[in-house]
Design a protein around this ligand. Sequence first.
Ligand code: BDR
Ligand code: CA
Length: 326
Amino acid sequence: PLKVIIDTDPGVDDALAILLALASPELDVVGITTVCGNVPVGQGTKNLFRLLNQLNPPSGLLVGQGAARPLEEDLITAIQVHGSDGLGELDGALTPGGMPRYPAVRLPQMLPTAQDVWNECIRRYPDEVTLITLGPLTNVAVGLKVNPLTVQKFRAVVAMGGAIGVPGNISPVAEFNMYVDPHAAHRVFHASLPLTLVPLDVTTRVGVTRAGLEAWVAGSPHPIGRLVVDMTSKAFDFAEQVEGHGLLYFHDPVAILSAIDASLMRMEPLHVDIEMVGRVSRGATVADRRSRKPEEKATPNMHVAVDIDADRALHLIRSRLCPWSS
Ligand code: BDR
Ligand code: CA
């Protein structure tokens, strides 16, 4: 299996992505690190532990906490989408007897940093580890500065983010992860890393309605099914009441899928830059697709997922998250 580190801002679809990765034999998850984004990083770390407490994570899994703020901007969270805790307000979920359904989370007293975890994983498996980022690119940008030898030893870096030929989600032109820390994205885009971007162009092709997800989860033989319904309920409210389409998009799970089965997506080598300062255009990812003779073309700095077999992707997500249902 492919060794991966997941860098994440949990987040409802982050949590689903982690479930998907841990349920997939193609991947060996050796580390999970958190970053600020959907929620402040401490809350994200709590959410990660809440999730891991419900699962059987691999015994050697390393967990660490990363950046608390973007490189230059103030943190903007997405609690309007993910709920005030970032995970569908699970603290308020009660059993029929009125007891809290999910026990309070205790963090370990000593928590390594994200960079510590990356260093240790690379020490164990140099050139073997793929880093998959599901949040703002702050930890990677910090790593490039304080830890370049480690970051350069990643086999590949896969980042969920950007909107190339489709509208944004946090602004008309920007995708959330890019918008939150555009300076970090800029540093990463220009670092000559073996980078793959998984943008909204493909992630918004893979989604499920509330009724659809409830049907997947129905008859779940273990508590994960309940957790999936509880943690997604606020995100469905947002999709129904604000966005109007009612679909929960599997943004972060689709990034994981690209590592599970590359044949699901068509990748295009492109030169992509990011707007850092624009009043209207902050966080916009701009691909240079001008017609140019080969020798005049801008050198690609990443591969971008531009198309996806959406039916097969959705089926794979369902079969891994809810194996009893498919
Ligand atoms: C991205 O933004 C976050 O809210 C999601 O978790 C995902 O990583 C989608 O734009
Ligand atoms: Ca995320």
